[in-house]
Design a protein around this ligand. Structure first.
Ligand SMILES: Cc1cc2nc3c(=O)[nH]c(=O)nc-3n(C[C@H](O)[C@H](O)[C@H](O)COP(=O)(O)OP(=O)(O)OC[C@H]3O[C@@H](n4cnc5c(N)ncnc54)[C@H](O)[C@@H]3O)c2cc1C
Length: 310
């Protein structure tokens, strides 16, 4: 496919993040846990806040299409890829510091810090409250954006403040009610902001108990979720008063397959890639699921997975 990024854009991105952190025509299937997606015209990995802000301001001033991502664990990229610049905030932008003040433990993390690594540092510091997040395979930036949650915990419970920037590259700090957390949503997603840095506030606890809780939740995940095959986790949001997996199962859709995309036999809330699924397969399958669930019990399912390039 022909890509249309101008030389000016290519030069700016390369010079800003460095040649080694800038790729062209990069397959997004390499950067999503679904292992699906065509090429991004440009894929870059900034290492500092200054680089991120410089990119965003340049994109704004030059009307360049771009997309900020983390670990790609909640992302479906189109088979045609994405004609703009993908900016990935992951390991290259993931510094984390832990400080203690009496019983309070604060963790400051750059947006690209992986949830499991953060969980390990927090457990090591003997702080509790983040055990739920350790098994979520994304970044803290992605998790804050959608108020990720599991096993009764949500990011909103442990977030003290978030440094964000807007589409013009203006930086600000959001605290308390300004974060606007709701079920799988936040002010970050509603206002189209980007997470740069997060401060988590946790309490001192018993290290052994914290580690035991993490192990317990890890085992739970392994026994209930198809973690050995590519997916983007729960495909649909939980409709109020229901569980998406149960609705899908009740409608008789467990194991349903279109092309290489399949409703997991282990957890009906997960659409999995059996090996050669295309984004079109996933869309056809999720459309079918929505239609059948609606027919069966009148509930409208909504995708939790974010789409890029459609
Ligand atoms: C096996 C599996 C299990 C999962 N279990 C859970 C679970 O228990 N609970 C749960 O909530 N989710 C779960 N997920 C989904 C996913 O891990 C979370 O949604 C996670 O928060 C996504 O983070 P990410 O860094 O991978 O984001 P990406 O997938 O890279 O991006 C997702 C969205 O976040 C945006 N985004 C990413 N980084 C930033 C940033 N710095 N600033 C602003 N926006 C940003 C992107 O633009 C995109 O819209 C699971 C996924 C898998 C594959």
């Amino acid at each position: 496919m022909e890509r249309h990024l101008s030389d000016k854009v290519k030069k700016f991105v390369t010079e800003t993040v460095g040649k080694e952190n800038c790729l062209f025509d990069e397959p997004m299937s390499e950067h999503t846990t679904f292992k699906i997606g065509g090429n991004a015209a440009c894929f870059c990995k900034p290492r500092t806040k200054a680089q991120i802000l410089a990119l965003i301001r340049f994109f704004y001033e030059n009307d360049v299409e771009y997309f900020i991502m983390g670990n790609g664990s909640n992302l479906l990229v189109s088979d045609n890829g994405f004609d703009g610049v993908v900016v990935q905030l992951l390991d290259d932008y993931s510094d984390t510091t832990v400080t203690e003040e009496g019983d309070v433990v604060r963790v400051t993390a750059q947006a690209g810090a992986r949830m499991w690594k953060l969980g390990m540092s927090i457990a090591e510091a003997g702080a509790c409250g983040f055990e739920f997040g350790t098994g979520i395979p994304g970044t803290i930036g992605g998790a804050v954006m959608m108020n990720a949650g599991a096993y009764g915990g949500e990011i909103k419970d442990v977030t003290e403040s978030v440094t964000v920037c807007d589409r013009q590259g203006n930086e600000k700090i959001l605290k308390g009610g300004e974060l606007g957390f709701g079920y799988r949503t936040s002010a970050v997603s509603r206002d189209g902001l980007y997470v740069l840095e997060v401060v988590l506030k946790l309490q001192k606890g018993d290290k052994e108990k914290i580690k035991a809780r993490i192990d317990e939740l890890t085992e739970k995940r392994k026994s209930k979720q198809p973690l050995d095959v590519p997916s983007a986790g729960s495909t649909f949001k939980r409709p109020e008063g229901y569980y998406a997996a149960k609705l899908i199962e009740d409608a008789g859709l467990k194991g349903l397959q279109i092309g290489g995309a399949k409703v997991s036999e282990k957890h009906s809330g997960f659409v999995i890639n059996t090996g050669n699924a295309t984004a079109a397969d996933v869309i056809a399958l999720t459309d079918k699921i929505k239609e059948e669930v609606y027919k069966y019990n009148g509930v409208k399912l909504e995708l939790e997975v974010r789409k890029l390039g459609f």
